[in-house]
Design a protein. Structure first.
Length: 394
């Protein structure tokens, strides 16, 4: 299910307050003025026609395929159009309907609740991040010789120096990774990844005063990192390792679940989608269910659409433009546009010269719902986000 919002409630409320509408009246009228589009996939023709008739009776509408009206197909995607008030009344009507529409009513209610949520608090080993108050920054610390951005480090003292600079520049989390995830990157043996990241995480956990994340797809690396001071696992494979979710649950850690197809070596051969946003949302939804079934608290889960991972440059822009759709998952959104190739393609610049493009993409992402931005250039991104957050709050 996808929900798209045409006008933000906060702006509507401000408009009504500006003309001094009574507070009781604001409460009544806001749901009537807040417009949404809801996309449903593979609805039976019977259910689709009932949905259309019910929404028409409420003053809304439902777009269905021509085949659903002529009877030439058995199922259709639906685009529901209406105000929040109309959707609330629709739910009441659907509760008593057959053909699975009562279950759809419950799904609509829970989806709207998740979509509207903003009050995310992330507890990371004693650190409490209020993600609803402002956009947070995850600083990137690459302990690898083949990072795509040319910033890889192999010396732990240099890693500490860079981490401390990121903290001064406004990073809220430091993400330590020992394997390059650039397109075409080769796998790194377990022992080598441990040798790279664990000493750095041990050192950082003693020296810096913000949470540490480990960027890994291996459950053994995650476990050792969590035992040595990390509080979060950033898993670009979306819990592909069968033991990863159990490790994270047992350690009561947080997790970033990212969308990707294949591996970094093969992912750019897997960029064909029927409906990009729908498929990203469905993938993340399934991985969230897998995580919670393994015992990970829902409040510890962050989602990442995976910019640059099995995505073309145009698809990355589509995700940034429609990032708000991911709010239907009800989890904080993390986005990592930093120095990515789609920025280089637009600007025709090398990775080290993509700061301005990164800043622009980060501000757009935050404006469209991202709560955490993963960045190399923390100071530039921090300053830009501070302005963006200030504008939103005004």
């Amino acid at each position: 299910m996808r929900i798209l919002q045409s006008v933000r409630t906060k702006n509507l409320k401000k408009l009504m307050q500006d003309i001094r509408v009574d507070s009781y009246g604001i409460g009544i009228m806001l749901p009537k003025a807040d417009h949404y589009l809801v996309r449903l996939n593979k609805v039976s023709n019977i259910s689709a026609n009932i949905l259309k008739q019910e929404m028409l009776s409420l003053g809304g509408d439902v777009a269905v395929s021509r085949g659903a009206l002529t009877g030439s197909v058995k199922n259709t995607d639906c685009l529901l159009m209406g105000t929040l008030s109309q959707f609330n009344r629709l739910n009441g009507k659907l509760t008593a309907q057959p053909f699975g529409l009562n279950r759809l009513a419950e799904s609509l209610r829970s989806s709207f609740t998740r979509f509207e949520r903003e009050d995310f608090i992330l507890d990371l080993a004693g650190y409490r991040l209020n993600l609803g108050a402002r956009t947070h920054i995850m600083g990137i610390l690459n302990i690898t010789p083949d990072s795509f951005s040319g910033d890889g480090l192999l010396d732990k003292d240099c890693a500490l120096e860079l981490a401390e600079q990121m903290v001064r520049d406004g990073a809220d989390i430091i993400d330590v990774g020992g394997v390059s995830s650039r397109p075409g990157a080769k796998q790194v043996p377990l022992k080598e990844e441990l040798r790279r990241v664990i000493p750095v995480i041990k050192l950082l956990s003693r020296k810096i005063k913000i949470p540490i994340s480990v960027d890994t797809v291996k459950s053994h690396v995650a476990e050792q990192a969590l035992d040595n001071g990390a509080a979060m696992v950033n898993d670009i494979s979306g819990l592909k390792d069968s033991k990863m979710a159990k490790v994270i649950a047992r350690k009561k850690a947080a997790v970033v679940i990212m969308h990707m197809r294949g591996t970094p070596r093969t992912m750019q051969k897997n960029t064909a989608y029927i409906s990009l946003l729908d498929e990203v949302i469905e993938y993340l939804e399934e991985r969230i269910e897998r995580a919670t079934a393994s015992g990970i608290s829902p409040e510890k889960i962050i989602v990442d659409p995976g910019l640059g991972f099995a995505k073309t440059a145009e698809q990355n822009l589509e995700i940034l433009n429609n990032l708000r759709d991911l709010k239907v998952l009800g989890r904080p959104i993390l986005v990592g546009p930093s120095r990515k190739s789609f920025i280089g393609k637009l600007l025709k610049t090398a990775a080290q010269d993509r700061i301005f493009g990164t800043v622009a993409a980060s501000v757009v992402a935050a404006g469209n719902g991202a709560k955490i931005i993963r960045a190399h250039d923390c100071l530039a991104v921090k300053q830009a986000l501070k302005i963006g957050d200030g504008i939103k709050k005004s």
